[in-house]
Design a protein around this ligand. Structure first.
Ligand code: GDP
Ligand code: ZN
Length: 492
């Protein structure tokens, strides 16, 4: 059921539980002028001056004070939602907040005040043109950011940096479309048109700009969603030890996954601001044991979803025949780092080789240093350009070589360090950008073909523009809005 976007709504805007301050917020939808004043008069006994903090009592129906705090009144349209908005800041205890919320609902019964759905305030802000869709999404991403870099990037998107880049691109597409469509009315001049107007050059510049935005957005999506790094290998090679070593070397552990502890299955760490979700798995081997088999099947599921696989080996024995079989089953799109663990146990003439990184010649395609493959989400990369196989020698037990592994991980994912100068982007945005790029590519092909078809050229430009517009929400379905805003927290 879609929320009725005209209803007056109210919610506790601060996190559940105890806090120094708690905030109840109401946005009054299509309630007539004077509704906010009436509500304030009922709950506080007076109406504060617009946008001025007033220290007032919060009164129950009998006129007794529930609490005392700050009331703020934002007349439409100068508010977060663009509607009449009232905020009460009281003491942040759950009971006080509930009493205040109940009191507001009661006082607003005659205007149909109801509890807000998740994200409904921001949905209003979008519908009332206070924010575009990419900015509205950035609100949620800022709240949910798991690292500082992600938060800073979400802030940039919220300020409109991403939207501005998209708008500039759309404007160039529109200009080119106008040129083309003007020419369509004079068919005899079609042939000369592309030359005269430098349509090809203009298109090439648009495509280059789009490629740049895609790069930034991909980096932003990385900051938002992080990468899944799966530890795989035979039993006892040191997977769990490596998980602990990676997590232990981490000073600021971000979002510990609920219900997991140090030596459970996953840990989120960050390397240069990129959140990496490190997943431990059951050792891969042939077994008759039913329970172990289930664990191994689960391991392969994790590997199938991985952005990077760490293939652990015992440095004393190296790649065994079983390891070859395992490596052969890794999905082709996923970059693999081969980790030779337990170097401390290797009896060697060169004992100091922990941390060495090599790119084994046997690794096949795409292994050159300096050209790391981007992690391929959704398997979009062809096998040919995906896996970057590297080798790192380390000791999970002693910690030698862990720093090198962290650097190798960053390199192999193609992630840029300290990436807060990008916009935070979502998978939805990447898909739209990719679709727009494809339409522009087809448009270019039409322009280059001998039988230049201006009709088809114009149509592809139109489709590209449509996809770009969907990012900022110029054309969106109710379904999409429902999906996006339902994932917000209540009160935002
Ligand atoms: P897993 O089955 O792959 O998860 O392996 P574990 O992490 O449980 O380790 C298996 C055994 O190898 C344990 O006894 C670890 O202490 C030991 N081990 C793991 N890494 C190292 C290492 O770098 N050096 C040494 N000497 N022992 C290690
Ligand atoms: Zn283990």
């Amino acid at each position: 059921m879609l929320p009725n976007d005209q209803d007056p709504i109210v919610a506790i805007a601060t996190a559940a539980g105890q806090g120094g301050i708690g905030v109840v917020r109401a946005s009054l939808g299509a309630a007539g002028p004077g509704a906010a004043e009436a509500l304030l008069r009922a709950v506080c006994g007076s109406v504060p001056a617009p946008r001025h903090a007033a220290y007032v009592p919060f009164l129950d129906a009998a006129g007794a004070a529930i609490d005392r705090g700050i009331a703020l009144y934002f007349p439409a349209p100068h508010s977060y939602t663009g509607e009449q908005v009232v905020e009460w800041q009281g003491h942040g205890g759950p009971i006080v907040m509930q009493l205040l919320l109940q009191r507001c609902l009661e006082a607003g019964r005659d205007i149909g005040l109801r509890l807000a759905e998740p994200g409904e305030f921001t949905r209003r802000a979008f519908l009332n043109d206070k924010l575009d869709l990419a900015q509205a999404e950035a609100v949620a991403d800022l709240i949910e950011a798991s690292t500082e870099a992600a938060a800073r990037s979400a802030g940039r998107s919220l300020e409109g940096a991403f939207s501005a880049a998209i708008h500039a691109l759309v404007e160039d597409v529109v200009t080119l479309r106008m040129l083309v469509e003007a020419t369509l009315d004079f068919p005899e001049e079609e042939i000369d048109f592309l030359e005269a107007a430098d349509a090809r050059g203009k298109l090439a510049r648009i495509r280059a700009a789009l490629t740049g935005i895609q790069g930034e957005a991909r980096q932003g999506a990385l900051l938002r969603d992080g990468l899944s790094v799966v530890l795989a290998g035979l039993p006892n090679v040191g997977k769990s030890s490596l998980l602990n070593a990676l997590a232990g070397a981490e000073l600021a552990i971000v979002t510990p996954i609920a219900g997991t502890t140090r030596d459970k299955v996953q840990q989120t760490i960050q390397i240069e601001g990129i959140p990496l979700n490190i997943v431990d798995t059951a050792g891969l081997r042939e077994t008759e044991d039913e329970v172990e088999r289930i664990g191994i099947a689960r391991s392969w599921d994790e590997i199938g979803r991985a952005d990077v696989v760490l293939h652990l080996l015992d440095a004393r024995v190296g790649m065994t025949a079983e390891d070859e079989l395992i490596a052969g089953r890794f999905p082709g799109r996923v970059p693999v780092v081969r980790v030779l663990n337990k170097v401390d146990l290797v009896v060697s003439d060169a004992p100091d080789d922990a941390g060495a990184v090599t790119t084994p010649a046997a690794s096949g395609s795409g292994g050159e240093e300096g050209s790391p493959a981007m992690p391929s989400r959704n398997g979009e990369n062809a096998r040919a350009d995906a896996p970057v196989v590297r080798e790192v020698r380390l000791s999970a037990k002693r910690g030698d070589g862990i720093a090198t592994l962290r650097t190798a991980l960053l390199a192999v994912t193609g992630a840029r360090a300290g990436g807060q100068s990008v916009y935070l982007a979502r998978e939805r945005h990447l898909i739209a950008l990719r679709a727009a790029a494809e339409h522009l590519e087809i448009a270019a092909a039409h322009a280059d073909s001998r039988a230049q078809s201006l009709d088809l050229f114009a149509e592809e430009l139109r489709l590209a523009q449509e996809r770009l517009n969907s990012i900022t929400g110029e054309f969106t379905s109710d379904d999409l809005l429902g999906v996006i805003f339902s994932r917000f927290c209540i009160g935002k």
